[in-house]
Ligand binder design. Structure first.
Ligand code: ASP
Length: 306
Protein backbone atom coordinates (compact mmCIF):
# COMPACT_ATOMS: atom_id res chain seq x y z
CA UNK A 1 0.00 0.00 0.00
CA UNK A 2 1.06 3.57 -0.67
CA UNK A 3 -0.67 6.96 -0.50
CA UNK A 4 0.18 10.41 -1.79
CA UNK A 5 -1.31 13.88 -1.50
CA UNK A 6 -0.21 17.16 -3.04
CA UNK A 7 -1.28 20.80 -2.87
CA UNK A 8 -0.76 23.87 -5.01
CA UNK A 9 -1.78 26.42 -2.38
CA UNK A 10 -4.91 27.59 -0.60
CA UNK A 11 -6.70 30.91 -0.68
CA UNK A 12 -9.73 32.78 -1.90
CA UNK A 13 -10.21 30.56 -4.91
CA UNK A 14 -13.74 31.25 -6.14
CA UNK A 15 -15.43 29.30 -8.89
CA UNK A 16 -16.88 32.59 -10.16
CA UNK A 17 -13.40 34.04 -10.75
CA UNK A 18 -12.12 31.00 -12.62
CA UNK A 19 -12.32 30.38 -16.37
CA UNK A 20 -12.53 26.83 -17.77
CA UNK A 21 -9.09 27.33 -19.36
CA UNK A 22 -7.48 28.40 -16.09
CA UNK A 23 -9.12 25.58 -14.21
CA UNK A 24 -7.90 23.06 -16.78
CA UNK A 25 -4.37 24.48 -16.56
CA UNK A 26 -4.29 24.20 -12.76
CA UNK A 27 -5.62 20.64 -12.91
CA UNK A 28 -3.00 19.75 -15.49
CA UNK A 29 -0.25 20.98 -13.16
CA UNK A 30 -1.66 18.96 -10.28
CA UNK A 31 -2.01 15.91 -12.48
CA UNK A 32 1.63 16.06 -13.65
CA UNK A 33 2.80 16.35 -10.06
CA UNK A 34 0.60 13.52 -8.80
CA UNK A 35 1.79 11.29 -11.61
CA UNK A 36 5.46 12.01 -10.85
CA UNK A 37 5.12 11.08 -7.17
CA UNK A 38 2.87 8.10 -7.87
CA UNK A 39 5.38 6.66 -10.32
CA UNK A 40 8.08 6.63 -7.64
CA UNK A 41 5.80 4.96 -5.08
CA UNK A 42 4.45 2.36 -7.51
CA UNK A 43 7.99 1.33 -8.35
CA UNK A 44 8.70 0.79 -4.65
CA UNK A 45 10.63 4.05 -4.19
CA UNK A 46 10.80 5.97 -0.94
CA UNK A 47 8.25 8.50 0.24
CA UNK A 48 11.06 11.07 0.32
CA UNK A 49 11.82 10.56 -3.38
CA UNK A 50 8.10 10.67 -4.17
CA UNK A 51 7.40 13.98 -2.42
CA UNK A 52 10.48 15.54 -3.99
CA UNK A 53 9.42 14.31 -7.47
CA UNK A 54 5.95 15.80 -7.04
CA UNK A 55 7.24 19.11 -5.73
CA UNK A 56 9.77 19.46 -8.58
CA UNK A 57 6.86 19.26 -11.05
CA UNK A 58 4.97 21.93 -9.13
CA UNK A 59 8.06 24.15 -8.90
CA UNK A 60 8.58 23.89 -12.66
CA UNK A 61 4.93 24.68 -13.43
CA UNK A 62 4.58 28.47 -13.75
CA UNK A 63 1.11 28.73 -12.23
CA UNK A 64 2.05 27.71 -8.71
CA UNK A 65 3.86 29.93 -6.23
CA UNK A 66 7.15 28.05 -5.97
CA UNK A 67 10.22 27.76 -8.18
CA UNK A 68 9.43 29.20 -11.62
CA UNK A 69 6.12 30.75 -10.54
CA UNK A 70 7.40 32.26 -7.27
CA UNK A 71 5.86 35.61 -6.33
CA UNK A 72 7.76 38.92 -6.12
CA UNK A 73 8.89 40.38 -2.80
CA UNK A 74 8.82 44.10 -1.95
CA UNK A 75 12.03 44.85 -3.84
CA UNK A 76 10.88 42.99 -6.94
CA UNK A 77 12.94 39.83 -6.59
CA UNK A 78 12.10 36.21 -5.79
CA UNK A 79 13.14 34.73 -2.47
CA UNK A 80 12.16 31.10 -2.05
CA UNK A 81 11.80 28.75 0.92
CA UNK A 82 11.56 24.94 0.99
CA UNK A 83 11.73 22.02 3.42
CA UNK A 84 11.64 18.22 3.48
CA UNK A 85 11.31 15.76 6.33
CA UNK A 86 11.47 11.98 6.66
CA UNK A 87 9.12 10.29 9.11
CA UNK A 88 11.29 7.27 9.81
CA UNK A 89 14.52 9.01 10.80
CA UNK A 90 13.14 12.47 11.70
CA UNK A 91 15.82 13.82 9.38
CA UNK A 92 14.95 17.21 7.94
CA UNK A 93 16.38 19.83 5.61
CA UNK A 94 15.30 23.38 4.88
CA UNK A 95 16.43 26.32 2.77
CA UNK A 96 15.12 29.84 3.13
CA UNK A 97 15.44 33.15 1.35
CA UNK A 98 17.20 31.67 -1.67
CA UNK A 99 17.36 33.26 -5.11
CA UNK A 100 18.20 31.66 -8.44
CA UNK A 101 18.00 28.02 -7.34
CA UNK A 102 15.80 26.31 -9.94
CA UNK A 103 14.38 23.71 -7.56
CA UNK A 104 14.61 24.80 -3.92
CA UNK A 105 13.21 21.43 -2.83
CA UNK A 106 16.38 19.75 -4.10
CA UNK A 107 18.38 22.18 -1.99
CA UNK A 108 16.32 21.27 1.09
CA UNK A 109 16.95 17.60 0.37
CA UNK A 110 20.66 18.30 -0.20
CA UNK A 111 20.93 20.12 3.13
CA UNK A 112 19.28 17.14 4.83
CA UNK A 113 21.43 14.50 3.17
CA UNK A 114 24.72 16.21 2.34
CA UNK A 115 25.29 18.70 5.14
CA UNK A 116 25.41 18.35 8.91
CA UNK A 117 22.74 21.04 9.24
CA UNK A 118 18.97 21.26 9.11
CA UNK A 119 18.39 24.80 7.91
CA UNK A 120 20.43 27.16 5.73
CA UNK A 121 19.60 30.66 4.49
CA UNK A 122 20.29 33.17 1.73
CA UNK A 123 23.79 33.37 0.17
CA UNK A 124 25.15 30.58 2.35
CA UNK A 125 22.41 28.25 1.19
CA UNK A 126 22.98 29.33 -2.42
CA UNK A 127 26.71 28.65 -2.13
CA UNK A 128 25.92 25.21 -0.72
CA UNK A 129 23.53 24.60 -3.63
CA UNK A 130 26.36 25.39 -6.04
CA UNK A 131 28.76 23.15 -4.16
CA UNK A 132 26.46 20.15 -4.59
CA UNK A 133 25.89 20.92 -8.26
CA UNK A 134 22.30 22.13 -8.24
CA UNK A 135 20.92 23.95 -11.25
CA UNK A 136 20.58 27.76 -11.17
CA UNK A 137 18.44 29.99 -13.36
CA UNK A 138 18.71 33.70 -14.20
CA UNK A 139 16.28 36.20 -12.69
CA UNK A 140 14.41 36.25 -16.02
CA UNK A 141 13.43 32.57 -15.61
CA UNK A 142 11.42 33.46 -12.51
CA UNK A 143 9.67 36.42 -14.16
CA UNK A 144 6.08 35.49 -14.87
CA UNK A 145 3.60 38.05 -16.10
CA UNK A 146 0.74 37.29 -13.72
CA UNK A 147 3.01 37.50 -10.64
CA UNK A 148 4.47 40.76 -11.92
CA UNK A 149 0.99 42.24 -12.26
CA UNK A 150 0.10 41.09 -8.74
CA UNK A 151 3.21 42.80 -7.44
CA UNK A 152 2.64 46.05 -9.37
CA UNK A 153 -0.71 46.39 -7.60
CA UNK A 154 1.00 46.25 -4.23
CA UNK A 155 4.56 47.38 -4.51
CA UNK A 156 4.05 51.00 -3.43
CA UNK A 157 2.42 50.01 -0.15
CA UNK A 158 3.28 47.98 2.90
CA UNK A 159 0.58 45.45 2.30
CA UNK A 160 1.68 41.91 1.47
CA UNK A 161 -0.61 39.21 0.24
CA UNK A 162 -1.00 35.53 -0.19
CA UNK A 163 -1.34 34.13 -3.68
CA UNK A 164 -4.33 32.75 -5.64
CA UNK A 165 -6.89 35.44 -5.11
CA UNK A 166 -8.36 38.62 -6.40
CA UNK A 167 -8.90 39.89 -2.89
CA UNK A 168 -6.34 40.79 -0.25
CA UNK A 169 -6.11 37.18 0.89
CA UNK A 170 -3.77 35.55 -1.58
CA UNK A 171 -1.98 32.31 -0.87
CA UNK A 172 0.28 29.99 -2.76
CA UNK A 173 2.95 27.41 -1.95
CA UNK A 174 3.17 23.81 -3.09
CA UNK A 175 3.65 20.63 -1.13
CA UNK A 176 3.45 16.85 -1.05
CA UNK A 177 3.12 14.13 1.57
CA UNK A 178 3.57 10.41 0.93
CA UNK A 179 3.45 6.98 2.55
CA UNK A 180 5.59 4.41 0.77
CA UNK A 181 5.24 0.63 0.54
CA UNK A 182 7.67 0.23 3.44
CA UNK A 183 5.35 2.23 5.69
CA UNK A 184 7.49 5.37 5.84
CA UNK A 185 6.11 8.90 5.70
CA UNK A 186 7.67 12.03 4.21
CA UNK A 187 6.65 15.65 3.69
CA UNK A 188 7.88 18.44 1.40
CA UNK A 189 6.89 22.10 0.98
CA UNK A 190 8.19 24.82 -1.35
CA UNK A 191 7.11 28.44 -1.75
CA UNK A 192 7.83 31.91 -3.04
CA UNK A 193 6.12 33.22 0.10
CA UNK A 194 3.75 36.14 -0.09
CA UNK A 195 3.56 38.84 -2.78
CA UNK A 196 5.28 42.07 -1.71
CA UNK A 197 6.63 40.45 1.48
CA UNK A 198 9.50 42.38 3.04
CA UNK A 199 12.98 41.54 1.77
CA UNK A 200 14.20 38.81 4.13
CA UNK A 201 10.78 37.68 5.36
CA UNK A 202 10.48 33.95 6.02
CA UNK A 203 7.14 32.17 6.40
CA UNK A 204 6.08 28.85 7.88
CA UNK A 205 6.90 26.63 4.88
CA UNK A 206 10.61 25.95 5.59
CA UNK A 207 10.18 25.86 9.37
CA UNK A 208 10.13 22.26 10.58
CA UNK A 209 7.05 21.78 12.75
CA UNK A 210 5.26 24.86 11.42
CA UNK A 211 4.71 24.37 7.69
CA UNK A 212 6.33 20.96 7.25
CA UNK A 213 6.58 17.88 9.47
CA UNK A 214 6.76 14.07 9.19
CA UNK A 215 6.94 11.40 11.87
CA UNK A 216 6.13 7.72 11.33
CA UNK A 217 4.53 7.63 14.80
CA UNK A 218 1.89 10.16 13.80
CA UNK A 219 1.59 11.91 10.44
CA UNK A 220 3.13 13.79 7.51
CA UNK A 221 1.96 17.37 6.94
CA UNK A 222 2.56 20.15 4.39
CA UNK A 223 0.81 23.47 5.00
CA UNK A 224 -0.27 26.42 2.90
CA UNK A 225 -1.71 29.64 4.20
CA UNK A 226 -0.95 32.87 5.98
CA UNK A 227 2.58 31.98 7.12
CA UNK A 228 2.77 34.31 10.10
CA UNK A 229 -0.28 32.71 11.69
CA UNK A 230 0.87 29.19 10.80
CA UNK A 231 4.23 29.92 12.41
CA UNK A 232 2.63 31.20 15.60
CA UNK A 233 0.37 28.14 15.70
CA UNK A 234 3.20 25.63 15.00
CA UNK A 235 0.55 23.96 12.88
CA UNK A 236 2.19 20.78 11.59
CA UNK A 237 3.73 19.74 14.90
CA UNK A 238 0.55 20.63 16.76
CA UNK A 239 -1.35 18.08 14.69
CA UNK A 240 1.34 15.47 15.37
CA UNK A 241 1.20 16.25 19.11
CA UNK A 242 -2.58 15.99 19.27
CA UNK A 243 -2.24 12.51 17.79
CA UNK A 244 0.74 11.46 19.93
CA UNK A 245 -0.24 12.86 23.31
CA UNK A 246 -4.01 13.03 23.12
CA UNK A 247 -4.71 10.02 20.93
CA UNK A 248 -6.70 11.97 18.36
CA UNK A 249 -7.16 10.48 14.90
CA UNK A 250 -5.61 12.25 11.91
CA UNK A 251 -9.00 13.71 11.01
CA UNK A 252 -9.76 14.89 14.55
CA UNK A 253 -6.35 16.51 14.91
CA UNK A 254 -6.58 18.25 11.50
CA UNK A 255 -10.09 19.53 12.22
CA UNK A 256 -9.07 20.87 15.62
CA UNK A 257 -6.11 22.80 14.23
CA UNK A 258 -7.39 23.97 10.83
CA UNK A 259 -11.09 24.52 11.54
CA UNK A 260 -10.87 25.67 15.15
CA UNK A 261 -7.48 26.86 16.45
CA UNK A 262 -6.35 28.60 13.24
CA UNK A 263 -9.76 30.11 12.59
CA UNK A 264 -9.79 31.64 16.09
CA UNK A 265 -6.63 33.64 15.37
CA UNK A 266 -7.52 34.46 11.76
CA UNK A 267 -5.09 31.95 10.22
CA UNK A 268 -6.46 31.35 6.76
CA UNK A 269 -5.26 28.35 4.74
CA UNK A 270 -5.08 24.59 4.79
CA UNK A 271 -2.85 21.56 4.65
CA UNK A 272 -2.43 18.03 3.35
CA UNK A 273 -1.96 15.20 5.85
CA UNK A 274 -1.37 11.44 5.86
CA UNK A 275 -0.88 8.80 8.52
CA UNK A 276 0.67 5.32 8.25
CA UNK A 277 -2.76 3.63 8.24
CA UNK A 278 -3.63 5.01 4.82
CA UNK A 279 -5.80 7.91 5.99
CA UNK A 280 -5.66 11.12 3.95
CA UNK A 281 -6.95 14.51 5.10
CA UNK A 282 -6.99 17.68 2.97
CA UNK A 283 -8.59 20.31 5.25
CA UNK A 284 -8.72 24.05 4.56
CA UNK A 285 -10.61 26.98 6.02
CA UNK A 286 -10.25 29.24 2.97
CA UNK A 287 -12.60 29.10 0.01
CA UNK A 288 -10.33 26.84 -1.97
CA UNK A 289 -7.14 24.81 -2.08
CA UNK A 290 -5.55 23.22 -5.14
CA UNK A 291 -5.20 19.61 -4.10
CA UNK A 292 -4.97 16.01 -5.31
CA UNK A 293 -4.37 12.59 -3.83
CA UNK A 294 -4.00 8.88 -4.50
CA UNK A 295 -5.55 6.67 -1.84
CA UNK A 296 -4.51 3.21 -0.66
CA UNK A 297 -6.78 1.61 -3.30
CA UNK A 298 -5.12 3.63 -6.06
CA UNK A 299 -8.07 6.02 -6.58
CA UNK A 300 -7.12 9.54 -7.63
CA UNK A 301 -8.90 12.65 -6.38
CA UNK A 302 -8.58 16.26 -7.61
CA UNK A 303 -10.15 19.32 -5.98
CA UNK A 304 -9.98 23.11 -6.13
CA UNK A 305 -13.01 24.57 -4.36
CA UNK A 306 -14.65 23.83 -1.04
N1 ASP B 1 2.61 29.77 3.83
C1 ASP B 1 3.31 30.50 2.80
C2 ASP B 1 4.10 31.61 3.41
O1 ASP B 1 3.60 32.25 4.30
C3 ASP B 1 2.42 31.09 1.78
C4 ASP B 1 1.34 30.23 1.29
O2 ASP B 1 1.16 29.10 1.68
O3 ASP B 1 0.62 30.71 0.43
O4 ASP B 1 5.18 31.88 2.97
Amino acid sequence: MFTLAIHGGAGTIERSLMTPELEAAYLKGLSLALKAGRKVLEAGGTSLDAVVASVIELENYPMFNAGKGAVYNHIGSHEMDAAVMEGKTLMAGAACGVTGVKNPILLAKGIMQQSEHVMMACQGAEAFAKSIGLEFESAAYFDTEHRYKQWLELKDGDQFTLDHSKSEKKMGTVGAVALDKDGNLAAATSTGGMTNKKFGRIGDSPVIGAGTYANNETCAISCTGHGELFLRSVVAYDISCLMAYKGLTLKEACDKVVMDKLVKIGGEGGLIALDTKGNIELPFNSSGMYRASVDAQGNEYFGIYR
